[in-house]
Design a protein around this ligand. Structure first.
Ligand code: GCW
Length: 657
């Protein structure tokens, strides 16, 4: 049993038992620079000590049940490994130490199957070399955003009350969970870089060193979010103009000091000219100028700049019907294609707005062939129920990763070099607030490694690791709760891709909450209809940012998919969807059905009572009650809004207020 106060997530001791009962050899080279082979040896030793197996000498591997070896000449890709079973031995060969670590966790995932003579031979390597989590953790508690911006799982595991934590044991445990899911990079501070956090780059660098030390044994390299204005705010220069030589020199010096302290430092994450963060626009420079000055400082050390494309006007006047926030990233960035240095990665949110339940996939991903791109996802459930609602994100992510911008077989996963997501972890006992949101964190790492994994299989994997040896009914209940949960949430919240009907803090219904705001997120409902005309013919022209066939598909009312209809078109409430229902009846029905489904989910969870740890059971039960309450609120407000605006009664006769 674990003696730590935090939940074991997908690495409880029992998950290691099949391996721990065996005779195991670890045959790694002496050149274990990052200490990853040592990590594997320590893991194997602990597992065999718990379960009665044995760590055998590498020179005598005959008769071992499992041999884990590194062979740099095996012709395997970085981090890759091959596994095969022969003559009663499961033999795993990795091309490097990182591959050894991932191979070890692969064997843990396989459990008893790893020792079955029928185990098929297979080779594994990550689809994406950079699989990164961005933490929006603040060092100082922020007045409005708290310790973790958009964090729904308590405080930060890195920082407490203005400083990095003294005891980083939990960070090590987190790094271990990440390694077991495939994540290999972490940005340790919020992209909104406030005063104290900016200093992580300079006089607080020691804090980053300590974090990097905690992550390193697990193959996770650390990145830092930096402020574009650092040469001024930290360096005392009068400018941060990226073309000013003194600015470039300042960055070069700062970076040299970072690598002196952290030789395997990953690089910078930058939010510039976005929601109040400083950027190159102040000097009439573009984002390539801005990104490249940082990139040139990092290049000698192999570091990378992840430069975010989340640039839009957040002081929009709602009376202005021409400006379309959805267009902004594409309009700002695509003219710069080819101008970014080799070690710049432009990091693009998956949709043109902001991590909504349903928005089209960013057309920018298809429009920058000469630029390295990162796809940015959000594990933290800012707009997807804030870890109070069950929302199994891999269902949405595999749709995004597999989307074909040209409908010709090339996918988003093919065009995005890196895959990044905002973490959902905090110092909550269950790590993620909602215990079932652990499946999202796990699923992110796994999908970044292999985007073709099915959400169903991933769920089974996660259940198998998290609840080893549990009654098979646990898996059935969890499948019932998680699979389809994205569709359920979509049913009772903003309909048909209209987005942003959220209330304060982005939780709960607020149909008009953003309608007259400066944020550029409107639905334009009136007595006749609803939706945003983003067509080329009569609207903002956003649809033309897509390549064919999507530009035409979205442009036409006849071909636009129902679930994105209100994202692309303003239509009457009585417009008939491709499903055959009117818009308004669709809204009535989906909201009634979605909220009813949450009640079924809460009832279904009762079947897990006594089959999982009591505190986990209770936490989920309490949160499901909140989900039911909240879904009912959504249902009643959205249905009533459509009723009051359209005057059309509900054919099914449900309550309207
Ligand atoms: O989703 C929005 C959030 C902000 C966040 C911003 C971003 C870190 O509401 O809290 O700021 O996006 O991605 O930069």
């Amino acid at each position: 049993m674990s003696t730590q106060p935090w939940h074991t997530a997908w690495l409880p001791d029992d998950a290691f038992a099949p391996l721990g009962r065996r005779v195991i050899v670890v045959d790694a080279s002496a050149d274990d620079a990052a200490g990853l082979a040592a990590t594997v040896v320590a893991e194997v030793r602990a597992a065999v000590e718990r379960s009665g197996g044995r760590l055998a000498d590498a020179r005598a591997d005959a008769g071992a049940d499992l041999v884990l070896a590194v062979d740099p000449d095996a012709g395997l890709p970085p981090e890759g490994f091959a596994i095969a079973r022969q003559d009663g031995t499961t033999r795993v060969t990795a091309g490097d130490e990182a591959g050894l670590l991932y191979a070890f966790f692969h064997v843990v995932r396989l459990g008893e199957r790893a020792f079955d003579d029928a185990l098929p031979a297979s080779t594994h390597a990550p689809a994406h070399a950079v699989r990164m989590l961005d933490h929006w953790d603040n060092v100082d508690v922020h007045d409005v955003m708290g310790q973790v911006e958009r964090g729904y799982a308590g405080g930060s595991i890195f920082y407490a009350a203005g400083a990095v934590r003294d005891d980083l044991t939990r960070v090590g445990a987190y790094a271990r969970l990440l390694a077991a899911s495939g994540v290999n990079r972490v940005a340790v501070n919020n992209v909104n870089v406030h005063r104290t956090e900016a200093r992580l780059l300079t006089d607080r660098l020691g804090d980053v060193v300590r974090l990097a030390d905690a992550f390193r044994p697990w193959g996770v390299r650390v990145h830092l979010a930096v402020s574009f204005a650092a040469p001024m705010t930290l360096g005392g220069l009068g400018t941060c103009d990226p073309l000013e030589p003194a600015v470039a020199d300042w960055w070069a010096d700062a970076v040299a000091r970072v690598y002196d302290a952290i030789p395997d430092f990953g690089g910078f994450v930058v939010k510039a000219d976005s929601e109040g963060q400083p950027g190159p626009f102040a000097y009439g420079r573009d984002h390539a100028d801005g990104a490249n000055v940082l990139a040139r400082a990092l290049a000698p050390y192999g570091g990378t700049v992840h430069w975010r494309a989340f640039v839009y006007n957040h002081h929009q006047d709602w009376r202005d019907r021409k400006t379309d926030r959805a267009r902004a990233a594409y309009d700002h960035f695509t003219p710069l294609d080819g101008k970014f240095d080799e070690n710049v990665v432009v990091q693009v949110k998956f949709g043109p707005l902001d991590f909504q339940v349903r928005e089209p996939i960013s057309p920018m991903l298809a429009a920058m062939p000469q630029t390295h791109l990162a796809l940015e996802l959000q594990v933290t459930q800012e707009y997807t129920g804030q870890q109070k609602h069950v929302y199994y994100l891999p269902e949405q992510w595999s749709e995004i990763l597999g989307w074909e911008p040209w409908a010709d077989g090339r996918t988003v996963s093919d065009v995005a070099r890196d895959v990044v997501a905002v973490s959902n972890v905090g110092d909550d006992r269950f790590w993620t607030g909602h215990p079932l949101a652990q499946a999202n964190l796990y699923g992110f790492g796994r999908l970044a490694w292999d985007p073709t994994l099915s959400p169903e299989d991933l769920l089974d994997e996660w259940v198998g690791l998290t609840f080893p040896g549990a009654d098979p009914r646990v898996r059935d209940v969890l499948r019932d709760l998680l699979l389809g949960s994205r569709a359920t949430y979509e049913q009772y919240t903003a309909p048909l891709g209209v987005c942003f009907m959220v209330g304060p803090g982005h939780y709960g219904p607020g149909v008009d909450f953003y309608e007259y705001s400066p944020w550029g997120t409107y639905h334009f409902a009136d007595r006749d209809g609803i939706g945003v005309d983003r067509t080329r013919a009569s609207g903002t022209g956003y649809s033309a940012q897509y390549p064919e066939p999507w530009a035409s598909t979205y442009e036409s009312l006849d071909t636009c998919p129902d679930d994105l209809l209100l994202f692309f078109h303003h239509v009457p409430y009585t417009h008939v969807l491709r499903s055959g229902k009117t818009v308004v009846q669709h809204v009535y029905d989906t909201h009634t059905d979605g909220a009813a489904r949450t009640e079924e989910m809460a009832r279904r969870w009762e079947d897990a009572r006594g089959l999982v740890e009591p505190d986990l059971f209770d936490r989920v039960r309490t949160l499901l009650a909140e989900q039911v309450r909240s879904a009912g609120e959504w249902r009643d407000q959205v249905r009533t809004y459509f009723w009051r605006h359209s005057g059309v009664p509900d054919e099914r006769g449900g309550p309207l207020y």
